[in-house]
Ligand binder design. Structure first.
Ligand code: ANZ
Ligand code: ZN
Length: 851
């Protein structure tokens, strides 16, 4: 018998599947539908092991569902707009489109080598006009429905990349790519009204019971619903007043989630961008300078949380709403955000850490108003008390619980007319304008007379010009000599195209709909799309737990609200997989310099350590971390595929670790996977011909138990468990004598491994003389009669003392049990040659020997 020839098998079966269009999803199929989707890749150039793992999981699901009788939609495409293509253009002088399309061709070939059961006829690439043109149509639909608007807003400006950054792209105050210090700028930006859906998006999470709890929680926190009190502070100017006459300043509103702590207030604070701050600054250069300093940093909330709390006393004071005799000073403070709540707050240092830090810095009173039992007079030191308790130092609120006090203050504010209970969300509207070339052009024309005019739908797509250069930073669309000069669609006068493009997250917000239905003349057919949606199983990295998933949920709901598609939630089931990791190899450099990293294939690894192949000298073996180019700890799928074959790689991706955890790549692991492939191949060879002889009921039962268990494991995406059970069954089959049972077991194994190692399975299926393709064969179903547990454990006692146990078939007769009990070593030792005087047998349970 020859070894399993992975190269020949891969070529043969991939050609057969392609020729038969085995994995094309038919819209009009009478079978129930299943939609399995992995987050589509960015075409960076090459597939990495993380992709291989992700798509292998999806492929196992897709192939299993197909075998189980579903019409399966399992598509693949390319999230192909974005900065890296422009960076490549800048660095290498290639056009972003050429760079991207070449990468797609290379990566498509890699995916095809892995034998994924994908419907390639539905492939899409977001950078092509047939996709982004339809996205422009959807943008215009949302615009018409009032879900898109334009306003001036402060943005994070990266002065090196010359673009606006999302808050998430600002890390420690610097641009995530350029590393440049981020500035704050005001620009006219397009926004999608996601905040309109805040409550819906939050509420919808409750129904997503096939999502990881942690992802639901992350989304919930991101939406950040809080209920509280909005109330008005009356301003008093206390002399000496910096600018303005007494009374000129009127009032301002604050939002609080802790109205219960109002008697603990010791100051009020407003954002640097607050109109009142601007007003005060008019006659106060020092304040103006402070405001400018606040505005220099980015707008990321996380940065604002961590930076030092700074304030500037405006000299104004406000009247305490619960006691007109009390006054609070008004500060401009750097930790108050203009676009949250009302851009103003009252500070209660005893019960809010930021306020406490601030109060210590500016010597403001710290008054405890909530206390746990026994803590009523305990002073507050460096830590604010945020726990539950009852009210103290709060006059008519004293003795109430904090919750009762919260309700009481809201009720009073509403009765007296100075405030109102409100709900607030942390979620902001989504700014989608990007000053980049490689994205969906925003289909708007700016006319001096008519304003912002939508491009008429029949003029879509607004395509990107090809003749652009990247020698200077900034937006090539803006610099292009002719592209932006067009006539106004409304009045016909010369006008200017919008030169911003859409955030690439818009591209991934609806691609799963376009996979389900992709007519030429519309974004999708709602009836066809609704047949497939929601995606039954979505699989991807947890790094997309917030933004991508929230944006996709928002687009789906927005399309539902405007009557385009009757689906509320895009992804019924979500699975977030772990990363593929590898140890790192390095040598330290002189102080202040980063270590030099070495790739696994540059290194000779031994049990005690590692040496560099080039010079034989040792290298440091570092932590096992996510494979990354910067640490060089990457294993290239292509090299591995050539050596071990697609099936071994796929099998290894499923083995060893639970799929939600990280998988450490190891030579031993891939070797083991390769050996498993060979073992199955040998079993198929050894059982190729029908066998004579008796059935082996023990083996039959193990086979059927494995069928049932593996089916359940795959359903729950517990692939590593399925793998472990298949190892056991294969070992049992290897030990078994030839019989019809053994051959039937081998056929079952081939079916069960088919979603995981499909080339091997097809080859073995043919060898075993089975009809058709294994990918078309119905999934094996366990015989319930063979699943009942028919083994019992019999306890054995001598003179009432437990001496051991053994397992026996259920219903075994007296004589069998007696013989087995007397043969136990523990029993023989105790009896020491003496005969038993009497043997009591409780069937299926116990043998007691009286000696
Ligand atoms: C008084 C107070 C007392 C507060 C206390 C908290 C604790 P969440 O829960 O995240 O919604 N706040 C209000 N507007 C703000 C803004 N524009 N920028 C920064 N902080 C702002 O946060 C609500 C709380 O954050 C509000 O409740 C307010 O401080 C502050 F013991 O009011 B609190
Ligand atoms: Zn016009």
């Amino acid at each position: 018998m020859s070894r399993f020839d992975h190269q020949a098998a891969e070529a043969r079966w991939q050609a057969v599947w392609a020729e038969r269009q085995s994995f094309a999803a038919r819209d009009d199929s009478p079978r129930p539908k299943a939609y399995v989707l992995e987050m589509f890749p960015y075409p960076s150039g090459r597939i990495h092991m993380g992709h291989v793992r992700n798509y292998t999981f999806g492929d196992v699901m897709a192939r299993t569902r197909r075998a189980q009788g579903f019409e399966v939609l399992h598509p693949m495409g390319w999230d192909s707009f974005g900065m890296p293509a422009e960076n490549a253009a800048m660095e290498k002088g290639v056009h972003p489109g050429n760079w991207t399309r070449a990468n797609i061709a290379a990566m498509r070939a890699q995916l095809q080598r892995l034998g994924f059961a994908l419907d390639w006829s539905r492939e899409l690439s977001t950078c092509e006009p047939d996709y982004y043109g339809q996205e422009q149509a959807l943008f215009l639909d949302m615009l018409a429905a009032g879900l898109v608007y334009r306003r001036e807003s402060a943005v994070n400006w990266d002065p090196v990349d010359m673009t606006v950054l999302a808050n998430e792209q600002v890390i420690d105050g610097r641009g995530w790519r350029s590393g440049a210090l981020v500035e704050r700028r005001k620009l006219n930006q397009w926004f999608l009204r996601i905040t309109d859906f805040a409550e819906d998006l939050l509420d919808g999470l409750k129904g997503l019971d096939q999502w990881p709890e942690k992802v639901r929680l992350m989304q919930e926190n991101w939406i950040g619903k809080s209920t509280g009190l909005k109330f008005t502070f009356q301003v008093q100017a206390s002399p000496p007043l910096a600018g303005g006459e007494n009374g000129e300043f009127g009032s301002f509103d604050v939002f609080t989630t802790r109205p219960d702590t109002l008697f603990g207030a010791s100051f009020a604070a407003i954002a640097a961008d607050h109109p009142m701050a601007q007003q005060c600054a008019a006659g106060n250069p020092a304040l103006a300078a402070f405001i400018a300093q606040c505005q220099a940093g980015g707008t990321a909330a996380a940065d604002i949380e961590t930076q030092e709390k700074l304030g500037f006393d405006t000299g104004l004071s406000v009247v305490h709403p619960l006691d007109p005799a009390l006054r609070l000073p008004v500060f401009v403070a750097n930790f108050v955000l203009m676009d949250y709540g009302t851009g103003a707050l009252f500070g209660c240092p005893a019960h809010d850490q930021r306020d406490l830090d601030f109060a210590r810095k500016y010597q403001l009173p710290v008054i405890r108003v909530v206390a746990a039992p026994g803590e009523e007079t305990a002073p507050i030191h460096d830590e604010a008390y945020t726990g539950p308790g009852r009210m103290v130092n709060s006059r008519w609120l004293d003795g109430m619980t904090a919750d009762e006090a919260r309700a009481a203050v809201i009720a009073r504010a509403e009765a007296e007319g100075w405030g109102q209970g409100v709900t607030q969300y942390r979620l902001r509207d989504w700014g989608v304008s990007r000053q980049r070339y490689w994205g969906t052009p925003i289909p708007i024309i700016h006319c001096e007379i008519c304003g912002a005019v939508p491009v008429p739908k029949k003029q879509l797509p607004v395509t990107l010009p090809e003749d652009v250069t990247f020698y200077v930073p900034g937006n090539p669309l803006d610099r292009h000599p002719t592209w932006k000069h067009v006539d106004c669609p409304q009045c016909g006068k010369p006008a200017r195209r919008e030169t911003d493009t859409l955030d690439t997250f818009t591209n991934s917000s609806w691609y799963f709909i376009r996979f389900a239905s992709a007519p030429d003349d519309r974004p999708f057919d709602p009836a066809v799309a609704a047949q497939w949606l929601p995606v039954g199983q979505y699989i991807g990295g947890v790094e997309h737990a917030i933004l991508h998933l929230l944006y996709a949920r928002f687009w789906t709901r927005a399309l539902q609200r405007i009557g385009k598609l009757d689906v509320a939630e895009p992804f019924a089931g979500l699975f977030t997989q772990g990363m593929v990791t590898h140890e790192t190899y390095s040598r330290p450099q002189a102080e202040g310099l980063p270590p030099i990293w070495f790739a696994p294939d540059e290194v000779e690894r031994s049990a005690s350590g590692a040496t560099l192949k080039a010079d034989g000298a040792p290298v440091e073996v570092g932590r096992v971390i996510k494979m990354s180019k910067s640490k060089k700890n990457v294993i290239d799928p292509d090299a591995i595929l050539g050596r071990y074959g697609a099936d071994a790689v796929r099998w290894f991706m499923l083995s060893d670790s639970p799929p939600e955890r990280d998988l450490a790549w190891s030579e031993a692991g891939i070797d083991g996977a390769w050996r498993f492939v060979q073992r199955v191949w040998r079993l198929a060879n050894d059982n190729a011909a029908p066998a004579a002889g008796d059935a082996d009921s023990r083996l039959d039962r193990q086979v059927h138990r494995t069928i049932a268990a593996v089916t359940g494991d795959i359903d729950r995406l517990q692939f590593n468990k399925a793998v472990a059970r298949l190892y056991e069954l294969v070992s049992a089959l290897e030990r078994a004598a030839p019989s019809p049972s053994r051959r039937a077991g081998v056929i079952a194994v081939v079916q069960l491994v088919a979603p995981m190692t499909p080339h091997l399975a097809e080859e073995a299926w043919a060898l075993l003389g089975q009809p058709g393709l294994v990918c078309d064969a119905a999934w094996p179903v366990a015989d319930p009669a063979l699943l009942v547990d028919d083994e019992v454990t019999i306890a054995v006692q001598v003179n009432g003392k437990l001496k051991g146990d053994f397992s026996a078939a259920k219903g075994s007769d007296r004589a069998t049990l007696e013989t087995a009990a007397l043969a136990l070593p523990g029993v023989q030792r105790t009896l020491d040659g003496k005969p038993a005087r009497k043997i009591i047998v409780v069937p299926d349970r116990l043998v007691n020997i009286v000696a």
